[in-house]
Design a protein around this ligand. Structure first.
Ligand code: ADQ
Length: 467
């Protein structure tokens, strides 16, 4: 093993991206800043509490060789990707093969043998980096669909480790999964783990069922016994958000003032709908805009009184499907505003931008109805963020039944099937017009769930089960 690391780590996270973002100052000098993302926030306390922690990941730009470095007490281990790796492993196999296949095939998965070769090559690089930094008997937690082969590769290199894996996206039913030309390799990759975590129980049972049917290994309710006698467990750990942090921000007077400003800038609508997403075809953005467009063009909603604010953070912009989606959404928004807007009043405001968390919280605080309409989604944190920000206990959440979040929340949300545009229209209207007491009742139950099941609880329960 290489000895470039002064100290090996007892706890190692392996993720596609490092936990820090590069910041370039005006004079061109570079520093690193801890990423604001949920996973990093969740794992920070765990990492600080261990004797030594490391995070293995790609720094984010191609063709760059960086030495390991320490940031905020955490050892960062950069894995380098060439421009070709980015195209084939990341944009290709991860985001144009696995992503659509694991999301019900809502876009066609592409199968290319050279993308697979790159995926294997890059997964091995991550596994080798993790093997080199982990202390004897360390816990290693591998994250997400870009690294499905790492658990097996790592176990071969380092049988002494405890290896956990968490899948942030859905795990598909057998009928879809078996399309994959490399299905056996992927299953074997995951089975290198001691514990595989899924967002919902359905994902875990899809996995157990597949292993039993296709590999013939003995399985229990949530376990697989491998030919060498080792046991791999597969269970649901629904991910969440730092709920109190969102609530604290929503209580900040400056954020509340900004929420009022947002409504004023939108010409003070009586009814404000909100959509917040990464710009992704799985999120059902077109479907929800179409539903709202029909409601305002038919007069069921008054275009002078109702407004829809849709923000979509740019995502995977070099992948063809994403370019097409962007154009389509531009067209849908243009059509609605062109037909029922007037000078100074556009029913849909569409912003293709990434915002700081304060601005997101101000938007959540400003909106009467949040519309979360994915065609398929592992969890969907936006739904939980909206709930955390409704400090007055008002507001209504329209939520697709095809999200992981629906497993926990659908009893109290306004539940929709996003493929059913008429159904979605009726439910959006109901969410907007239900009696305030009914909306309060639902929101109180939603808040109870999201405050008692936050991101700390998620990380703690996974790590406790991992051994
Ligand atoms: P995502 O597909 O990215 O995550 P989601 O869970 O909704 O989906 O998280 C998106 C995050 O981005 C939220 O925290 C949201 O606040 C933020 N965001 C969205 N638009 C933004 C904007 N315009 N500006 C700033 N921030 C914005 C994947 C899976 C999900 C799973 C998560 C976590 O696809 O199903 O819930 O991982 O496991």
């Amino acid at each position: 093993m290489n000895n470039q690391f002064e100290k090996r780590s007892d706890f190692v996270v392996v993720a596609n991206r490092l936990s820090v973002d590069r910041v370039v100052a005006d004079d061109g000098s570079e520093t690193w800043r801890t990423s604001p993302g949920g996973l990093v926030t969740a794992l920070e306390p765990v990492m600080q509490s261990r004797r030594g922690s490391a995070w293995v990941g790609w720094p984010g730009s191609p063709d760059e060789e960086l030495e390991p470095f320490v940031h905020d007490g955490i050892q960062l281990v950069p894995v380098s990707l060439s421009a070709q790796d980015v195209t084939e492993y990341y944009e290709g196999f991860s985001n144009a093969t696995l992503w659509p296949l694991f999301h019900d095939g809502v876009a066609f998965p592409e199968y290319h043998r050279e993308w697979w070769d790159a995926y294997v090559r890059v997964n091995r690089r991550f596994a080798e980096a993790a093997a080199a930094v982990a202390a004897e008997g360390a816990q290693v937690w591998v994250q997400d669909y870009q690294l499905l082969l790492v658990p097996r590769m790592l176990r071969t290199l380092r049988p002494d480790l405890y290896i956990g894996f968490f899948l942030h996206i859905p795990f598909p039913p057998m009928e879809l999964f078996v399309q994959l030309p490399w299905r056996a390799e992927i299953l074997d990759g995951l089975l290198g783990s001691d514990l595989v975590g899924f967002q919902i129980a359905g994902g875990a049972s899809n996995f157990i069922h597949l292993v039993s049917e296709r590999l013939g290994y003995p399985t229990g309710d949530d376990t697989v016994t491998l030919p060498d006698g080792r046991v791999c467990a597969a269970r649901a750990y629904p991910i969440s958000i730092p709920t109190q942090r969102f609530a604290d921000l929503a209580a900040d007077p400056a954020v509340q003032e900004r929420a009022r400003e947002i409504r004023a800038e939108l010409d003070d609508p009586e009814l404000l709908f909100l959509g917040v997403d990464r710009l992704d075809y799985t999120k059902g953005i077109k479907h929800r805009l179409r539903a709202f467009g029909e409601l305002v063009t038919s007069g069921q909603l008054d275009p002078d009184r109702a407004a829809f604010l849709q923000v979509a953070t740019p995502s995977r912009e070099r992948v063809e499907e994403y370019k097409m989606l962007r154009d389509e959404i531009d067209r849908i928004v243009g059509r609605i505003n062109g037909s029922v807007g007037r000078i100074g009043r556009q029913p849909v405001t569409y912003l293709h931008t990434h915002y700081p968390r304060e601005e997101m919280v101000a938007m959540y605080s400003a909106a009467d109805v949040m519309v979360v309409s994915p065609l398929r989604d592992g969890m969907n944190l936006v739904a939980k963020e909206y709930i955390a920000c409704r400090r007055n206990g008002d507001g209504a959440l329209v939520l697709s039944e095809f999200t992981g979040a629906a497993d926990e929340l659908s009893e109290w949300t306004y539940s929709i099937n996003p493929y059913d545009i008429n159904g979605m229209k009726a439910t959006m209207l109901r969410a907007a017009t239900d009696a305030p007491e009914e909306r309060q009742r639902r929101m109180a139950a939603l808040r109870e769930q999201v405050f008692t099941h936050d991101i700390d609880r998620w990380a703690e329960s996974f790590l406790a089960d991992m051994g």
